[in-house]
Design a protein around this ligand. Sequence first.
Ligand code: ADP
Ligand code: MG
Length: 711
Amino acid sequence: MASSKQKASGNLSLTASVTQFKGVGPALAEKLARLPIHTVQDVLFHLPLRYQDRTRVTPICALQHGAEVVVEGEVEHAEIVIRRRRQMLVQLSDGTGSLVLRFFYFSQAQKNALERGTRIRCFGEARETALGRFEMVHPEYRYGEQAATPMETALTPIYPATDGVSQSVLRKLTDQALEHVDTGLLPDLIPADCLPPSLLNVPTLGEALHLLHRPPPTVSLAALAQGGNPAQQRLAFEELLAHQLSMLLLRQRVQSETAVPIGTNTETGAPSQNTLRRQFMQALPFQLTQAQQRVVKEIDTDIARDWPSLRLVQGDVGSGKTVVAALALLAAVECGQQAAMMAPTELLAEQHWQTLSAWFEPLGIRVGWLSSRVKGAKRRQTLAELASGDVALVVGTHALFQEEVIFQRLALLVVDEQHRFGVHQRLALREKGQNSGISPHQVIMTATPIPRTLAMTAYADLDYSVIDELPPGRTPIKTVALAESRRADVIERIRSACEQGRQVYWVCTLIEESEMVQCQAAEDTASSLAEAMPAVRIGLVHGRMKPADKERTMAQFKAGDIDLLVATTVIEVGVDVPNASLMVIENAERLGLSQLHQLRGRVGRGAVESSCVLLYKNPLGEKARRRLDTMRRSNDGFEIAREDLDMRGPGEVLGTRQTGDMSFRVADLTRDEHLVDAIHQLAGDWIEQRHPNIQPLVKRWLSGAEKFSSV
Ligand code: ADP
Ligand code: MG
């Protein structure tokens, strides 16, 4: 047992393998790695997802829907019944009220033990039924003497777990790690005088971790759930600081790389004549808005540098981001370089390809196309042309990321609708040009408005531009909300729009259903609409169609050969058919504001007045009503985003969790916005001073992200 003695010794390091802990052998270590927990430090930072309060008993009369609580009482009655499924119902009463425990899986022995008069203590989620009674489905329970054991003394942490790693294993591990914290394992990397005043009376990092792993019963569960506990704030501050520092380091590293200055003729060094651009602008049927011109200038300044720039261009749906991208791409081609444009979906990428081809082919510029569906000889040819430089411009999906794609001299990359790509993908792309020792400039386009302070934190490695003006002559979209019962009126409206040569979208949305169910619903809708309007030419696109079929339908719609396009939300992003002036969104009450706004943005792109019908099913909840009202009232993406923020609260809106862009352990960019100024200030100071704690801090918080820790 020599090894266990060794394990018990005090001099453990943070980076030591988790196998240094008692009870962790190679098999468990392998399972822990999935969480991912590799080191002692990973254990410490593996924070509970949530907590349960098993420190007190809640009287049945005080139950609240959705609360997880301990209840104690006596069995009044237990029976097995067969409603849709065989189940055991146990009626429990504690003198203040009664509660039903419902079990779908149970043994006869279980049933026998739960006879009338048996005392039970159970833990579970209280649910209020339609009849106003409370029940618990499959609660944990103990009966008889077991029901009388002492209550817990701390809130129960619930950790992110995985197969073979139970809560109790994680609790034992964190117990051990916390013991080591007490003996000085975890140095404080932020001196107290660097903390903002609001955090000064907050415990050290070690104490903060203690509190979060084992909160005393006096701590407010609600505050913990909201991340408002001072210990969480202390950690959030440290995490955001680490993140900001890593971003600044990344930026420094990027600035030390080489990019091709665009806007100068690389051969002669003379300023570019912008011949192509002038030709392009002359052929363009409209003039750029002031906002577009400003952003073009901002991009021009960036890309004229000899280090790789990164700019985020945010513009509301329909603000005209594509043409701004096109001008940047042209500038690159003009000075003899390669440029690429990438979009997150096949449909959107394809649209860009068509738009750019139509714009550029008259100028003698061929636009290449690459997606995962381009295969065989075609693919080989495109790859060869990119590698030789025969094709100067290419549009594609994430297929452009792939290793086999080699550019001869990629100088500029435009990424559309960036919120679907993460930081890592961005970096992978930046490395694309590096075969030739240069890195491309990058312009990233997004329609999602992000509050500026957040943008600076979330994207500290980017510059930020906003196209805050819509092209002129757009008549605002008129939006109405109609109950599903008015479907016949809506159909009438579609018929008359189509008669007048307008085109219409009908969007089928089913949230939380499988894609298959969604597509089926779209098919059903299309055929019932076809029945109702035999004279209307109807097309259908959904996610499970063959790409070629989808493409053909989109092309027909664009060409005006289809009047009514029935679609799933595949059309959410970027599809551009200016003649479409009516949109019907089914089940609108179930969609979020930003999704509704994105969808609605598919109309209102031409000069004719457009309208949007939000079809909803009654009864409408309060929030749904507010969302529909907001949509009726406003066409302004910023205003809608603000309302969204207000209603849903932060983290959700930014979608930082889903993007994988930044997976924070504790911090929440919107919730913790008040910390941002202090963090910026401190990070800037530290970088300037080359503070010795920068590296350890970045390592501590971003160790999983090699790209960052290697900077
Ligand atoms: P988004 O910003 O949503 O990507 P698009 O680039 O698709 O918007 O532009 C929407 C529509 O507006 C397109 O049909 C485009 O040709 C047109 N457009 C862009 N800029 C202008 C402008 N300055 N004046 C008139 N129409 C414009
Ligand atoms: Mg777009």
